[in-house]
Design a protein around this ligand. Structure first.
Ligand SMILES: [Zn+2]
Length: 309
């Protein structure tokens, strides 16, 4: 992976410093012949870092006319209201669009999931004017100067998820949102956000296949950055998705009368051991995978088990 802030063919990775954690959440500034655009904008709590990253790249938030969102979870799209007020049009999955215009329901569900941590870690999504929200369907395209962005329906982590394929100058870049997992910085180890309420693992596996079939020249993860040799990495993500699901599902089934927070310890211990096998520094792992990450995954898989046919 390149260093955060470094540039590759007109793409700048901005490290938003989410929870003071380096290389956890990214936004991407992409240069086109018609001006800069953003892919992802990060949470509202990181707006200063977003502005600073854009300015360090020699432009301003006010000059951004297009924002491409992979989905509306607050770590990806929380700053949308600020970006659209500054003049951007946000291109987003049709199922997510209305929540950006009226964030009441989205913020209520985020409050249930994150509690007190919501304000501190993510901040509040502000509403966007309807005229600034462009509702997208599978294979819809947006042309900005010499770059074409194509929305690829990639559900599984969320039902309303698009990966964005950007084609420019003969190169094809894929921004995968959360579908290709989260890569621990400096490693090739992927971990998965298996969160409620829309987690659907079989569909997720199909979405990984779709990304694979695109055969892009470069893969960019929101968590985090450019992935080298991404064919191998996608195989690894698929393997991790299957093994993490299997472990969590068996853990939940063996739960008996234990309280659900009793599962956190065994889950964290197993995941730590898996990460160690891939040479991940455990301090780094703990910084990225907090108790909240494990709890959210346990709740997400638990809910999927209950509702699946
Ligand atoms: Zn995410």
């Amino acid at each position: 992976m390149i260093e955060s802030g470094a540039r590759s063919e007109g793409i700048t990775t901005i490290d938003l410093g989410y929870r003071s954690c380096p290389r956890c959440v990214a936004a991407f500034l992409v240069r086109t012949s018609e001006g800069p655009v953003l892919v992802e904008c990060g949470p509202a709590s990181c707006i200063d870092a977003l502005r600073a990253g854009i300015e360090a790249a020699g432009t301003t938030l006010e000059e951004i006319n297009h924002l491409f969102l992979t989905h509306i979870h607050l770590d990806h799209a929380g700053a949308t209201g600020t970006c659209t007020r500054a003049g951007a049009t946000a291109h987003v999955h049709e199922r997510g669009a209305r929540h950006l215009i009226d964030p009441t329901q989205l913020m209520a569900s985020a409050t249930r999931v994150f509690g007190d941590a919501l304000k501190r870690d993510l901040g509040a999504l502000e509403q966007s004017d309807e005229s600034r929200i462009d509702s997208m369907n599978d294979n819809d395209r947006v042309k900005v100067g010499d770059a074409t962005f194509t929305a690829l329906e990639t559900p599984g982590h969320a039902r309303h998820h698009h990966a964005w394929l950007m084609e420019t100058g003969g190169n094809r870049h894929l921004f995968s949102g959360d579908v290709a997992g989260m890569c621990l910085p400096g490693t090739r180890f992927a971990t998965l956000p298996l969160v409620a309420p829309e987690l659907d693992p079989p569909t997720w596996l199909q979405s990984i296949d779709r990304i694979r079939s695109v055969d892009a020249d470069a893969l960019w993860l929101t968590h985090f950055g450019l992935i080298e040799r991404h064919g191998d990495f996608l195989d690894h993500v698929e393997h991790r998705l299957r093994s993490e699901l299997q472990f969590v599902e068996e853990l939940i089934k063996s739960q008996g009368d234990q309280a659900s927070n009793a599962l956190l310890g065994p889950y964290r211990a197993w995941h730590t051991q898996e990460a160690r096998k891939h040479g991940v520094d455990i301090e780094l792992l703990d910084l990225h995978c907090t108790d909240q990450h494990y709890q959210a995954n346990l709740a997400g898989v638990g809910r999927w088990i209950e509702k699946r046919p």
